[in-house]
Ligand binder design. Structure first.
Ligand SMILES: Nc1ncnc2c1ncn2[C@@H]1O[C@H](COP(=O)(O)OP(=O)(O)O)[C@@H](O)[C@H]1O
Ligand SMILES: [Mg+2]
Length: 389
């Protein structure tokens, strides 16, 4: 059918034509923001899930909702190597500046600008472009050089400014698993302070499933500070809706048995739904997408995934790491016990520690609640087995 009208959106963070099955999570976020704006205690959220389930899309959507409610919104993606301080600085500055445009918050914001300069100096942040001439620096604010003091200081000023302005602030952070323990601790301490002082600041993070554990290890009270909604594969009804509705909105149709096939082989994983929906649309002569069309589109869907979604991740592994994940895949679908992997590789378990740690830090595998290992990319084991033949 007409590729120009293809409604599907396979791609990292691409907004799907139908954001199916996520109303409960969006509602949680809406309530948190609404409560913060009303001066009520608001829970922060940490969206946890595998790659390609739609975490980034949800963060963007939550940002939109928060803006509509009148909150200030900052959005960051934790990089693998960069520091939180560097990443956060320009966002904090932007928020302080917009607060300084509101009369009721002007004084607080100008104190905040001073604090921010202290912070930039302490953490040696590139300050090109910071305007000079802010009347007074702010001695004693955000200048300890200890992130766990200074980040809470800065957030407090923003929270007070937002409160004075009758606004709130939402901080969205993607790929939280890449934050160092110090950085994560500082954020948690800061959010703890926000909660204690009743300041209208909400954090919504997103990351791989191990983030709950990382946060708990960084600060034991993190568990009570955040809600951890799981973002997973879509259930059958939502998954089918995610494919059928966009097709129908383009004035076309898709058969039920075609939807059955898509659901059963994608297991409802959003990224795969978009990819297969898209190729099916393209190969179908129309006007109805049939089971035969969907089957015909399958090899193309797979090679699209193999060349894109899977390969970009595979390519980041070293040779030794590849042997490790290949051994996992050879054992079938996860989760996997370390002892089993070692046995499969004919190696000593302890000698595999570094490879294991590296693959985890690359965000490719994670340790499950029960101490097993599993892939953070859905259907990755199948992909590795395909490669291996
Ligand atoms: N609820 C949903 N329904 C249908 N498709 C979705 C949904 N959420 C995400 N997608 C699609 O899934 C893909 C991956 O989304 P993304 O937010 O990048 O995932 P993640 O950040 O978890 O890796 C995108 O193509 C997006 O359009
Ligand atoms: Mg993402």
């Amino acid at each position: 059918m007409d590729p120009y009208r293809n409604p599907f959106a396979p791609g990292a963070g691409f907004p799907p034509p139908e954001l199916a099955g996520r109303d409960p999570i969006l509602e949680l976020a809406r309530i948190s923001c609404g409560r913060a704006l009303r001066g009520k205690a608001a829970r922060s959220l940490m969206l946890l899930g595998l790659r390609g389930v739609g975490k980034t899309v949800l963060l963007n959507e939550i940002g939109k909702i928060a803006r509509e409610q009148g909150m200030l919104v900052s959005q960051l993606e934790a990089p693998e190597k960069n520091k939180l301080s560097t990443l956060l600085y320009p966002e904090l500055r932007r928020v302080m500046r917009s607060l300084s445009g509101i009369e009721a918050a002007r004084q607080i914001a100008s104190r905040g600008m001073g604090a921010l300069r202290n912070f930039a100096a302490m953490f040696k942040i590139e300050v090109a472009g910071v305007e000079v001439g802010i009347e007074e620096a702010a001695p004693g604010l955000a200048d300890s050089g200890d992130l766990q003091h200074d980040i809470p200081d800065l957030f407090t000023i923003i929270g007070e400014g937002a409160q004075a302005a009758g606004k709130g602030w939402v901080l969205l952070i993607d790929e939280v698993q890449y934050l160092s323990e110090d950085d994560l601790s500082a954020l948690i301490v800061a959010m703890h302070r926000m909660a204690q002082r009743g300041l209208p600041v909400v954090m919504v993070g997103a990351g791989l499933p191990q983030v709950a554990k990382l946060a708990g290890e960084a600060k034991s009270y993190a568990e009570r500070l955040f809600l951890y909604p799981a973002v997973g594969a879509l259930d059958e009804i939502s998954a089918k809706l995610a494919v059928r509705k966009p097709v129908e909105e383009e004035g076309e149709q898709i058969d039920d048995d075609a939807l059955d096939a898509i659901f059963s082989r994608t297991k409802g994983y959003p990224f795969f739904l978009q990819e297969w929906g898209s190729t099916s649309w393209d190969v179908a002569p129309g006007p109805v997408i049939t089971l035969a069309d969907v089957e015909r589109a399958y090899p193309e869907t797979l090679s699209g995934l193999d060349e894109g979604f899977f390969k970009v991740r595979y390519d980041r592994l070293t040779k030794a790491e590849i042997q490790f994940v290949m051994a996992m895949a050879a054992l079938g679908d996860g989760p996997y016990q370390m002892a089993g992997i070692a046995k499969e590789m004919d190696r000593d378990q302890s000698s595999l520690g570094p490879a294991r740690a590296n693959i985890i830090s690359k965000g490719m595998i994670y340790s499950t609640d029960h101490g097993f290992l599993d892939f953070s990319v859905p259907l990755f084991a199948e992909y590795l087995r395909r490669r291996d033949v």
